[in-house]
Design a protein around this ligand. Structure first.
Ligand code: ZN
Length: 680
């Protein structure tokens, strides 16, 4: 299913038939395959029960909604009026309200929505939480972090997140029923939310579409034309199959296997057509929603939950809700000298903030989102008094921030070839936040003698999630010599040419408070073997070398190094022969000759022109760099194709200061490094 949709998206973009450079929905990237099958079984079973007993679908079910606005102070911090405009549209569309855009040829789904009037603690609220955070520029693999910022019990509330961007250009995505709580909810870009304020497209139908997914409904073009119009595709009989997403309101008939052969239902909320021509859910889609609510999301619409969340017909909203103090940080455990960003998530529009930070600098603040530095070991309370002109509230979180000594990392060099056979290898930890497929020892392929580490992304289908190999803390300042670098070997193949898993190397110098990316590969840049749908097992020629210069970080004494896989359901990724340390010993002044590449560097030491002579037995892409002893690139020749034969590449060194340099010659899959001395 995923393959089809992704391919079709690319196809459509290549043909420029879609005016805006936005992907309407990323739902297919976020289906939790582990829970999908069981959820689908429950939905089908529920529909079968309805066929003998209609009572569970006859009366409207009402869903309490909380909207978390994740913003950075820009237009993505949308108004309450814009949020209310979206809730109104949601009800018009799901309720087929007369004389609204939602009054098309479909049905009333008997699902309704309201902004919660009571929070999980039973306190008065407008159902809107505002959080200032850089996570407003949302990347798919950071999905659990949104929930760490703000999340209300998903068995009682529909959690909707507003962000500035999703992977750059995605309008929204939703979770399917039955998945893990920390993945539940809907994420929408602010400019596709509602129909006033910053909203600029789709008539507010992005949320209608995403909530359709959240209630167990697929795209109308799911699995293309499929085979059986009832039990394939979107598993709904009364939505005609569609070969691919429709991006315009033009009437098309892309599948002919339905009887009678009907046009694609461009009016259906679950296609990708513009909001202007969407106006219907079908009876079959309604049955899936009702089944989801009766058998999976069973608590959220009960009378008891409506009372506890303050549904309008039961609860009388006071003129003003008192302020409720609350705050969050993305980390509570820090090292001496680290700073912590406090995000105010108080409810009901406080205007005055009085923070107290015992043990911190500053020790108090009136800012809404202060940055506080901690210089002493200990556990520290944080106090927030929030008020507006009428009400005030105080929150004390005891021992909230824990400050520890950073310690001293292990001396370099660091070597790990995984051949001990221990899992996890000594002093290495594996981070597997979703608890499913992760990095394992692998004896099927290796460059050292026994094992490598691999992750099976063929089965790792919880798209967008991370799995991390975390090395022991290292003391980079213990490095002797001029060149500090990290190297490892990797091997990877894709299962489909149109998408790819990702490999990153991240460093933290502040106990995990923040990370610096020093290596990133995806797509063709990650591939070392042929695309295949069976598990990839590399032979000895299908490994590549990663070479990362770390000279910029030579003074850091407590460094966390993480090797990260972000899954896209591709194929197996292997890592072997990790090394972090001094490059000097591995780098000779002499010229070398290998089987497929012969080269010579002269003169060395060099005065004003360095010559690199290459002899190639087959054409290949080659790039060259000259870097100084601090790791700064002083000459950079980007990759270009060199044909078979002899070549001369020259570097002008006349203006370079005297000293030690490194010439890096990168071929397809190999790094060659040589010391060069410039003497004037
Ligand atoms: Zn969708």
């Amino acid at each position: 299913m995923k393959n089809t949709v992704f391919f079709l998206l690319l196809f459509v973009f290549m043909n420029l038939s879609y005016a805006q450079d936005i992907r309407p929905c990323y739902f297919d990237q976020f289906i939790n395959e582990d829970s999908l099958e069981e959820a689908e079984r429950q939905i089908q079973e529920g529909i079968n029960k309805f066929q003998s007993d209609q009572r569970n679908t006859d009366s409207a079910k009402v869903i309490p909604v909380v909207v978390h606005v994740i913003h950075n102070g820009g237009s993505e911090n949308i108004s309450e009026a814009q949020i209310q405009s979206q809730i109104q549209i949601l009800n018009e569309d799901f309720g087929k309200f007369e004389n609204t855009n939602g009054d098309g040829n479909g049905v009333d789904t008997n699902v309704r929505f309201f902004l919660a009037n009571l929070n999980p603690d039973g306190k008065c609220t407008n159902g809107i939480v505002r959080v200032r955070s850089s996570l407003t520029n949302h990347q798919s693999y950071q999905r659990p972090l949104l929930k760490e910022l703000s999340f209300w019990d998903n068995s009682r509330y529909l959690n909707i997140y507003i962000v500035k961007s999703i992977n750059g250009n995605v309008a929204g995505y939703a979770s399917f029923p039955g998945g893990p709580p920390d993945e539940d909810g809907v994420v929408v870009q602010h400019n596709y939310f509602g129909n006033i304020g910053s909203a600029n497209g789709f008539f507010g139908r992005t949320l209608t579409h995403e909530v359709g997914h959240w209630l167990g409904v697929y795209h109308t073009f799911n699995n293309s034309c499929g085979i059986d119009v009832c039990y394939d595709g979107d598993n709904v009989c009364d939505t005609p199959p569609a070969f691919e997403p429709n991006y315009s309101c033009v009437t098309l008939n892309t599948c002919s296997n339905d009887i009678p052969d009907l046009n694609d239902q461009k009016e259906n909320y679950m296609d990708y057509t513009p909001g202007a021509c969407k106006n219907m859910f079908t009876e079959g889609q309604k049955m899936r929603m009702q089944s989801t609510l009766n058998f999976i999301r069973t608590e959220i619409w009960t009378d008891e939950n409506l009372i506890n969340t303050g549904y309008d017909s039961i609860y009388i909203t006071p003129d003003i809700c008192p302020v409720i103090a609350d705050f969050v940080t993305l980390t509570k455990d820090v090292c001496i000298g680290n700073s912590v960003n406090f995000s105010d998530i108080s409810l009901n529009d406080g205007t005055i903030w009085q923070w107290q930070f015992p043990g911190g600098t500053p020790s108090s603040s009136n800012e809404q989102n202060p940055l506080v530095n901690y210089e002493s070991i200990g556990s520290y309370d944080v106090i927030l008094i929030i008020s507006n002109t009428i009400t005030t509230d105080t929150l004390i979180k005891e021992n909230y921030i824990n400050v520890s000594a950073p310690g001293v990392g292990d001396n370099l060099p660091y070597n790990e070839n995984f051949d001990s056979g221990l899992y996890p290898p000594i002093d290495i930890s594996i981070n597997n936040p979703d608890g499913t497929i992760t990095w394992q020892l692998d004896s099927l392929a290796f460059t050292s003698s026994n094992y490598s580490m691999s992750i099976n992304n063929l089965e790792n289908t919880n798209y967008g999630t991370v799995d991390e190999i975390v090395l022991p803390k290292l003391d980079f300042s213990s490095n002797t010599g001029n060149l500090l670098f990290m190297s490892f070997k990797w091997a990877y193949a894709r299962s489909d040419p149109s998408y790819s898993d990702e490999l990153l190397v991240l460093l933290s110098f502040n106990c995990g408070n923040s990370y610096t990316q020093v290596f990133y590969r995806s797509g063709s840049g990650l591939v070392t073997g042929p695309t295949q749908t069976t598990p990839f097992i590399p032979d000895s020629t299908q490994w590549k070398d990663a070479f990362i210069i770390l000279n910029n970080f030579k003074t850091e004494s407590f460094v966390e190094v993480k090797i990260v896989n972000v899954t896209d359901g591709g194929n197996k990724l292997y890592i072997d022969d990790l090394y972090i340390g001094n490059g000097d010993d591995l780098v000779a002044m002499e010229n070398v000759f290998t089987d497929n590449l012969r080269y010579a560097i002269y003169p060395n030491p060099v005065l004003d022109q360095l010559n690199l002579e290459l002899i190639l037995e087959e054409s290949q892409m080659i790039s060259t760099k000259l870097i100084n002893a601090l790791g700064k690139v002083v000459v950079n020749n980007y990759p270009q194709n060199f044909v078979t034969g002899k070549h001369l590449i020259t570097f002008s060194t006349s203006k370079l200061p005297q000293g030690l340099y490194f010439l890096i010659l990168e071929t397809e899959g190999n790094y060659n490094i040589r010391k060069v001395v410039v003497q004037h």
